[in-house]
Write a protein that binds this ligand. Structure first.
Ligand code: 4AD
Ligand code: MG
Length: 431
């Protein structure tokens, strides 16, 4: 019977067949040990020369790294380690050979690994990160569904900018001139809330930012959420709920992955029991200066500032109510302080940096038009967006969470390039 390695616990003492790849192996005298990967997990396969036919033994000693195999044998529970199973092999079939697999056990430099990303994905840590990514994606969708948000996907070809005009990727678009790859679906889902009330999109977005950092991709995945009749504070409540939901899902589903990544899960467990901090931008600047940063009021927070603010924090920190002039045109002005907008960044702990950007949106037609003009954007291009403030405008808010930023934090990975299967960076588009 064909089973997957993750199902071994239900087959102890029984004969099964597994199909996978040889991750590694060694033989000592008359016994060969292999680590086999079948996608669902890893197991040790044991081949004893005395108990198998000679051709099986020959195949076993000849099987090199990444040979694909079909193995039949009996599942046994590891004598000492609970929850660990092995396969006592009785027969073996080679499906595809693998000669001189380039990624060995020795250390490889990042460039070498990135050039071999199509193969590097097979290594244990990359397997673990891919699975955490899957868990984060599912958790996001489950939470949004539970919170009655309707998935309403937005286009990737767009005629206008959402997040400023400097980071756009232009694409020639037939006779209609230039289109741009979407930076965020926000403007479109703002339209859709008048239909479904609360909605979200989830897909790739693009930023032509020349930022070569451990946290920037040129193509990344974002979930944009938008909700009618939700204002600034409730918007942050929804974000806090989402992050906790994702953390809980990872803790319950990714135990094996965390062990492989040697990720200490205590900080994640702890934050579930606490409320996130909410710190106004003005106070964040004061605190940063006290902590030794030379940031000036009115400047954007740098990577170091985000780290400094959260270095001793057990919980993520919302930095909210930023100066209007450093934020996009669509954020709602705080009527009590017109130099500020009702927005927030959410900074994760453990050096993870900005995970979410959100805001209440300007719902007043005249104020929005003024901001569009002040930002040097063309009101004609945004006519449809302005329409939303003409026909039954309502207070509304939303946010965007960067999937790879969240995966990077959850998995404890240093560089974001490992948090997406095939990363697109300023200096890399292959494989
Ligand atoms: O803060 P941002 O730019 O917000 C928006 O785009 C809003 N329109 C979202 C909304 O309100 N619907 O981006 C949102 C998040 C960031 O907090 C960060 O997690 C991630 O997207 N992000 C990036 N991730 C990887 N590489 C980049 N270059 C990123 N830029 C932003
Ligand atoms: Mg942001």
């Amino acid at each position: 019977m064909n089973v997957r390695i993750s199902q071994f616990k239900d087959h102890v003492g029984k004969e099964v067949t597994i199909q996978g790849w040889v991750q590694g192996g060694r033989s000592s005298g008359k016994i060969a040990f292999f680590e086999i990967r079948d996608g669902s997990g890893f197991t040790q396969a044991v081949v004893a020369q005395d108990s198998v036919a000679d051709d099986v033994w020959q195949k076993a000693v000849g099987a090199s790294q990444e040979t694909s195999v079909r193995l039949t044998g009996t599942v046994s529970a590891h004598p000492k380690k609970e929850g660990v199973y092995e396969l006592q092999v009785s027969s073996m079939e080679v499906v595809g050979t693998s000669e001189e697999y380039p990624i060995g056990n020795k250390e490889h430099g990042p460039d070498f690994l990135m050039n071999h990303r199509h193969l590097w994905l097979r290594s244990k840590k990359q397997w673990a990160i891919l699975r955490i990514r899957d868990t984060v994606e599912r958790a996001i969708m489950n939470y949004m569904h539970e919170q009655t948000f309707v998935r309403t996907d937005s286009p990737i070809f767009t005629p206008n900018a959402c997040e400023g005009t400097t980071d756009l990727f232009p694409v020639p678009y037939f006779d209609l001139g230039e289109a741009y790859l979407s930076q965020s679906g926000q403007l479109y889902i703002e339209a859709a809330i008048a239909s479904v009330g609360r909605c979200y999109d989830f897909g790739p977005v693009f930023r032509a930012e020349k930022s070569v950092t451990k946290r920037h991709l040129t193509e990344f995945w974002m979930m944009d959420a938008e909700a009618a009749f939700v204002e600034h504070d409730e918007n942050m409540n929804i974000q806090e709920g989402l992050v906790k939901y994702i953390v809980r899902a990872c803790l319950s589903e990714c135990k094996e992955e965390f062990v492989i990544l040697e990720r200490d899960t205590m900080p994640l467990e702890k934050l579930l029991t606490l409320s996130f901090e909410r710190l106004e931008y003005d106070d964040a600047i004061v605190r940063l200066n006290e902590l030794g940063s030379d940031i000036k009021h009115g400047e954007d927070l740098g990577n170091d500032d985000e780290g400094l603010l959260t270095q001793h924090s057990d919980v993520p920190v919302f930095i909210h109510k930023w100066p209007k002039h450093i934020k996009p045109f669509y954020m709602k002005i705080d009527p009590e302080n017109p130099a500020r907008v009702f927005n927030n960044d959410l900074i994760g702990i453990e050096g993870s940096g900005e995970i979410i950007g959100g805001s209440q949106r300007e719902d007043d037609y005249d104020l929005l038009l003024e901001r569009i003009k002040a930002d040097g954007l063309s009101p004609e291009e945004y006519e449809w967006y302005l329409d939303l403030r003409k026909y039954g405008s309502v207070p509304h808010s939303g946010f965007g969470i960067g999937l790879e930023r969240m995966v990077r934090w959850m998995s404890g990975t240093e560089h974001i390039r490992e948090c997406i299967p095939f990363p697109r960076l300023v200096n890399r588009i292959k494989p």
